[in-house]
Design a protein around this ligand. Structure first.
Ligand code: WT7
Length: 635
């Protein structure tokens, strides 16, 4: 018997040891016994972190949708695969069975083919959280097209950049979206984006808000009309284990987003295996992850991981505050949710509201409650544990990244004893290392440094689309022979891990990963701006908020500063999206720089946090006098 489902701590340690000592034998057993392969692999793993090149299950043939849908039909055809809960609580929820999902995905796959999409083509999906989003993702996978989902909160510029970077031929969108009391006109955002995307020759439009939209003749088509005429049988494309499954963009330390490429077999095996264990999923459970499918959490733990296990996965279209702050808890009661997975920023926002919103509802169905996206502070952890988990459902603080594809460090509920703010132990097969700044591994316990992973796991991203060199430089050159996560971490006396936060130019705001560079690029587009620097500072609900230091050009200084602040945030909204707006903007005459011209963000960060007592060594600065001025003028 393989070790697919871990139930005790001793078993965890035993299986963990095996996964480290004999990784190939271990993963081969998991892969063999729990998935459907059309051809077996020749080699379980080959890897080289120098090149870098990582291959899992090479030579195998499969289709991930056969694993997520077809193979469940015999035993679970009538079981709900996707449970759609609309934005408006008065609109009826939809229970989409595995049989129905099969037909929907096959129809959609046939539409894609009719539109000329072939294996390997890139398809951009820009949709709200409606069933068509999950279905279009799976339809791409069915025919071997590479999906690139762009979160529907991104602006038209962010969208066109992503479409062009991976040269998508098609965009799938909707007339608009419902978000709380608002409706958003998605189609016109797409139209604007496509002015800069000459290679997109087909746009499929789902109807959601039934608004008037302009349809460009020859390019835009109503999705439903095409689906109505498509057959519900579409043979799955046989994919190589290492064929790309999708591209998903994440921010980095330059202005250009990184298109992380995930491949088929390893991603499937790892997301399915982690899903089963992290949520201790049992056959009739209802599982709900509140993320958007536009992020990796949604890819791995709304779509692929749950469906590969034949689970019922909830897709929620709305927001936690609509029609009131009890919405999450109302949904848990209504659908008798057993596993609930959300982000610290949502927990903090809801914890600020009256407890009545929680107490009105029966949450007794819950068995596991999860957290993901950023470090969860102690207060939020306790609020979640006391009021939602009722101290009986374990809180799992799951650490991972877009690049890792699946959960890497986390307690396994009912297996690993939890401690607030600790992600605790590495998952099976994950080999973390803590490094000092000089690049030495800090062995033993009670150490703090930078978090690396020293051995490949099946769902590691294989490259950055179109830029393997950047992949190498970002993840594999800082620490030789290691994957560098960009996070700081400590390992305590018992071997538990605590993630301390980003150590690079990425700031996590409300659980969204934001690179400082693209925001600075957007600000610098303003005609009155000469230069800018962004840092994070602690915020009650968002975790971090953004603080911008902006140097104006001569001409800018005569302008009204409040107006300039608005214009700057408007530019950021246009270039990236409202999630990247700055909370505070300080106009200043200079930025602290090293002699080599690098902005000393460490100092700016301290000033933004109001912690100016110990700024560290400023003697290496080119312009130490500017620091005093910035402190005096702080807003
Ligand atoms: C970064 C990755 C993984 C899905 C959502 C975010 C931070 C994520 C935790 C956690 C502390 C966390 C890290 C990581 N992060 N989960 N449980 N504790 N930090 O994916 O957008 O790629 O962001 O989010 O800093 O590097 P992402």
């Amino acid at each position: 018997m393989s070790n697919y489902h871990i139930k005790h701590l001793e078993e965890y340690f035993k299986v963990y040891r095996k996964s480290v000592r004999e990784p190939e034998i271990f993963w081969e057993e998991i892969a063999e016994e729990h998935f459907l392969w059309r051809k077996r692999w020749n080699k379980v793993l080959s890897w080289d972190f120098q090149k870098p090149e990582i291959k899992w299950f090479e030579g195998a043939k499969l289709n991930i949708t056969e694993n997520c849908i077809d193979r469940h039909l015999v035993t679970k055809g009538e079981k709900t695969a996707i449970l759609f809960e609309p934005n408006n609580p008065d609109e009826e929820a939809q229970h989409i069975s595995y049989n129905e999902l099969y037909k929907k995905v096959n129809r959609f796959a046939n539409v894609l083919k009719d539109e000329g999409i072939k294996k390997g083509d890139r398809v951009c999906i820009y949709l709200p959280m409606i069933p068509e989003l999950a279905v279009s993702v799976l339809a791409c996978a069915r025919i071997g097209a590479i999906h690139s989902v762009v979160f529907a909160g991104f602006s038209s510029t962010a969208l066109s950049t992503r479409i062009n970077d991976s040269d998508c031929k098609m965009v799938i969108t909707s007339d608009g979206s419902f978000r709380g009391a608002k409706t958003i006109d998605l189609k016109s955002i797409v139209d604007e984006a496509l002015e800069d995307c000459p290679d997109v020759n087909s746009v499929l439009v789902a109807k959601r808000i039934h608004s008037e939209v302009t349809m460009k003749a020859g390019r835009d088509k109503w999705l439903q009309t095409l689906l109505d005429n498509a057959s519900s049988e579409c043979a799955p494309e046989l994919m190589d284990a290492e064929d790309p499954l999708f591209i998903l963009y994440t921010s980095g330390s330059t202005g250009k987003p990184k298109g992380m490429v995930h491949t088929t077999a390893g991603y499937m095996v790892y997301t399915a295996y982690t899903f089963k264990n992290m949520f201790q999923y049992k056959e009739n459970d209802v599982y709900w992850c509140t993320a958007d499918i536009g992020w990796i959490t949604g890819h791995s733990y709304i779509v692929y991981g749950p469906l590969a296990n034949g689970a019922t996965t909830v897709m929620f279209e709305g927001v936690p505050s609509y029609p009131d702050f009890g919405r999450f808890w109302e949904i848990i009661q209504k659908h008798k949710v057993n596993q609930f997975y959300t982000a610290p920023t949502a927990i903090r926002a809801l914890a600020k509201e009256k407890l009545d919103f929680v107490e009105k509802y029966d949450l007794s169905s819950l068995k596991v409650i999860g957290s993901v996206g950023e470090p969860i502070n102690e207060e939020a952890w306790h609020w979640y544990n006391d009021n939602i988990g009722k101290r009986k459902s374990p809180v799992i603080d799951t650490w991972w990244q877009t690049e890792t594809g699946g959960i890497m460090i986390s307690p396994i509920p009912y297996v690993t004893p939890t401690i607030p703010t600790y992600a605790t132990l590495p998952f099976i097969g994950v080999q973390p290392a803590i490094m000092d700044e000089a690049g030495n591994e800090l062995k033993g316990n009670q150490v703090e440094g930078r978090l690396c992973i020293k051995f490949p796991w099946p769902s590691i991203a294989r490259t950055i689309w179109g830029n393997h060199q950047r992949y190498k430089e970002t993840y594999f050159t800082t620490y030789k022979d290691n994957y560098f996560t960009g996070d700081g971490a400590l390992r305590d006396a018992t071997g538990y891990y605590r993630i301390t936060g980003r150590v690079d130019d990425v700031i996590i705001v409300s659980g969204h990963n934001l690179g400082t560079a693209p925001i600075e690029d957007a600000i610098n587009e303003h005609p009155a701006v000469a230069e800018s620097a962004i840092v994070g500072f602690p915020h009650d609900i968002k975790g971090n908020a953004l603080y911008g230091y902006v140097i104006l050009k001569e001409t800018g200084n005569t302008r009204d500063h409040d107006n300039l602040r608005k214009e700057i945030n408007q530019l950021i909204t246009e270039h990236i999206g409202p999630i990247a707006k700055l909370n505070k903007i300080q106009f200043t005459e200079g930025l602290p720089k090293t002699r080599s011209g690098k902005i000393m963000r460490r100092i700016l960060r301290k000033i933004a946090c109001g912690d100016t007592s110990n700024l560290g060594d400023t003697s290496t600065l080119l312009n130490p006098e500017v620091v005093e001025r910035i402190i005096e003028e702080k807003i």
